[in-house]
Ligand binder design. Structure first.
Ligand SMILES: [Zn+2]
Ligand SMILES: [Zn+2]
Length: 179
């Protein structure tokens, strides 16, 4: 069993259990890709023809799972204007997704993909003192009505917020998704 967990540039908090990205089992489970026992496992569907229910972090990080199951972990990104194939592959093929209603929609900034931070609602944004900043940015996009977002955005709620941060300039941004 491998105890060293790989780090993910675009999903740095993926082992935080409240994010529900990797699930944890004390006994360990067998990874469907490498057949090794793993404590943290990814049970979300890959965007692939095969159903996978247990992929270990190492097989995601190395690209082995994407290759073996001929799939990707991320549904979509913001503008897909990032033409750097290395960055694209790192996000789509070697980064775990996040739990959402309609699938991942990865935000971008400074010509790179942002890091996914976690689930947020208005309360969390207020606690972090970034509410004005992120709502202003969100309002400029084609998303939900800003008044509705101000009123109903809730972490893991039926109108759910997903917080991202630029890995270059540090700017926070949100995406909003509904059940
Ligand atoms: Zn594995
Ligand atoms: Zn930036």
């Amino acid at each position: 069993m491998c105890n060293e967990l790989p780090k993910f540039k675009y999903n740095p908090n993926c082992y935080a259990l409240e994010n529900e990205i990797f699930l944890y089992t004390k006994e360990g489970k067998i990874c469907e890709c490498c057949n090794e026992k793993t404590n943290y496992y990814y049970d979300q569907m890959m965007y692939s023809l095969e159903d996978t229910e247990c992929i270990c972090p190492n097989c995601i990080s190395s690209g082995k799972a994407a290759k073996k199951f001929d799939g990707e972990f991320i549904q979509d990104s913001e503008n897909s204007q990032i033409i750097d194939e290395i960055k694209r592959k790192e996000l789509f093929e070697r980064t775990p997704g996040y739990v959402s209603w309609q699938g991942e929609y990865w935000l971008e900034c400074c010509n790179d993909y942002c890091a996914f931070i976690g689930d947020v609602g208005i309360k969390e944004l207020e606690d972090m003192r970034i509410k004005e900043e992120v709502l202003k940015d969100y309002e400029s996009k084609n998303g939900y009505e800003i008044e509705l977002v101000k009123e109903c955005l809730e972490s893991k709620g039926s109108l759910a917020g997903y917080l991202f941060q630029c890995i270059h300039c540090g700017k926070y941004r949100i995406w909003v998704d509904a059940s």
